[in-house]
Design a protein around this ligand. Structure first.
Ligand code: IPE
Ligand code: IPE
Ligand code: MG
Length: 238
């Protein structure tokens, strides 16, 4: 046996916090002449596969955009269907319990159905001590709404105007205590943030693709992470 250790390929670096805009469910369904609801069901399956995979590879934080503050504009039937899929996800606790995934919800939950709010609270409580992936699900989430919410908290705390800092704003966002996302992925061929993590994404890297979310595979995530490894992050320096 050789005394030399086999040379390993250069290790890739994982982002610390990946944020995904799970977009393209409707178009995926349309291409198949299916109702949009079928697209959301397929998107939910993709979400579970990707979350499990992120946990497996040792990612620390994943934040997914499930429903925005603007998505209430959709037909009532579609909104109801998305909420139904979300509720089914929460009821099936093996989605996170068996996986050691720590669940957190970001967004204004106060307007959601009380039973859904109860299940959200329960899954957060049940997974509080999980040591695997920290999974944030953004539901009734809007970046501007989040900043307004933070500003209200700060004003209510009575802090003096001159004492307001960037850190104070970060600490009053739903993602308080978490590192900012360093990698934002948007499939479906759109090149916008759609009010997602607008404060936290100030220095994130972006990755866009034409893949529709239900078609997104773990191999696509791997490709994205490989691209992340090629980025030169300067943060305003040289
Ligand atoms: C994303 O897919 C899911 C939500 C916004 C809830 P879409 O439903 O936006 O799919 P497209 O963009 O119409 O294809
Ligand atoms: C962003 O997708 C919100 C979610 C994925 C939950 P949208 O489909 O709502 O975004 P726009 O309308 O194309 O900007
Ligand atoms: Mg969309």
């Amino acid at each position: 046996m050789s005394i030399f250790k086999k040379k390993q390929p250069a290790e890739r670096v994982l982002p610390t916090h990946i944020a995904i805009i799970m977009d393209g469910n409707g178009r995926w369904a349309k291409k198949r002449a299916l109702p949009r609801t079928a697209g959301h069901a397929a998107g939910s399956k993709t979400f579970k596969d990707i979350a499990r995979y992120c946990n497996k590879i040792g990612l620390k934080y994943l934040t997914v955009y499930a429903f925005s503050t603007e998505n209430w504009k959709r037909p009532q039937e579609e909104v109801n269907n998305i909420m139904k899929i979300f509720k089914e996800y929460l009821e099936d606790t093996k989605n996170f319990k068996d996986e050691n995934i720590k669940l957190q919800f970001i967004g204004d939950r106060t307007v959601l159905d009380p039973e859904i709010q109860r299940l959200m609270q329960q899954s957060e409580d049940d997974s509080r001590n999980a040591t695997g992936l920290h999974l944030n699900i953004a539901i009734n989430y809007g970046g501007r709404d989040e900043i307004v919410h933070a500003v209200k908290n700060i004003v209510n705390s009575g802090v003096g105007v001159d004492d307001i800092t960037e850190d104070m704003i970060s600490q009053n966002l739903y993602t308080t205590g978490q590192p900012d996302p360093d990698f934002i992925i948007r499939p479906s061929g759109e090149y916008r943030l759609s009010n997602y993590l607008i404060w936290q994404s100030a220095y994130a890297e972006y990755w866009f693709s034409d893949i529709l979310w239900p078609d997104f595979k773990t191999s696509d995530l791997d490709r994205a992470i490989d691209d992340f490894n090629k980025r030169n992050r300067r943060f305003g320096g040289v």
